[in-house]
Design a protein around this ligand. Structure first.
Ligand code: AMP
Length: 212
């Protein structure tokens, strides 16, 4: 099963991807995470991506593709995967097709810009294990500390308010056209993001169950 999660930054793609992954035992290929890991490990691809990512801009395709193709070649991808954050442009979607990747369903999680801005300002992440929290909606047990690995939580540099606005603009201009692209191929399902995470998860799972 190969699923694409579409949606603005902060729409909840990562959270839904983790839920699908847990239930169906397929990995999440998050290009944002792949880039961040490459940056932390000071790999050439990570260094080349850094200045784009920190400004909220899209990282050039060849860098993202290099990391993604490498990840897709690993054995745990044999039974499928969830793409979170890729494709982000029509050109990337076409590249995916050229690679022969057959997508079963594209799930678009819709959330208003206003809600996203509120959400992102409260988001905290653990750089060590990737766990995501929200100071109001999903706080860690101990303030500022990861429940899983007890590292200190941080605000991702691209979650700073000015960068969030930039990322939303990039989303509307470059990523949103993908909805029409996949609608035309009859692959698109729209899920309205709900206030409670579990309600959004139920709607997302219903889309996937309909595929089985
Ligand atoms: P994310 O974690 O998906 O919100 O991605 C964080 C940042 O990584 C984005 O703002 C981009 O700078 C970069 N990025 C992630 N995925 C892609 C992609 N498919 N194409 C280009 N840049 C990407």
């Amino acid at each position: 099963m190969k699923i694409i999660l579409l949606g603005a930054p902060g729409a909840g793609k990562g959270t839904q991807a983790a839920a699908i992954s847990g239930k169906y035992q397929i990995p999440v290929l998050g290009t944002g995470n792949l880039i961040r890991t490459a940056m932390q490990e000071s790999l050439p691809a990570g260094e080349a991506a850094r200045s784009y990512m920190e400004r909220g801009l899209l990282v050039p395709d060849e860098i993202v593709l290099e990391l993604l193709i490498d990840r897709m070649s690993q054995p745990d991808c044999e039974n499928g995967y969830i793409l979170d954050g890729f494709p982000r442009t029509v050109i990337q979607a076409e590249q995916l097709e050229k690679m022969g990747v057959e997508i079963d369903r594209v799930i678009d999680i819709e959330v208003s810009d206003e809600t996203i801005i509120k959400r992102m300002s409260g988001r905290r992440i653990c750089e060590s294990c990737g766990a995501i929290y929200h100071i109001e909606h999903q706080p860690p047990q101990k303030e500022g500390v990861c429940d899983v690995c007890e590292e200190l939580l941080i605000v991702r540099s691209d979650d700073e308010p000015q960068t969030v606005l930039e990322r939303l603009e990039v989303y509307h201009e470059q990523t949103e056209p993908l909805k029409q692209f996949y609608q035309d191929k009859d692959k698109l399902s729209i899920v309205q993001g709900q206030e409670k995470v579990e309600d959004t998860t139920n709607l997302t799972m219903a889309v996937i169950e309909a595929l089985l």
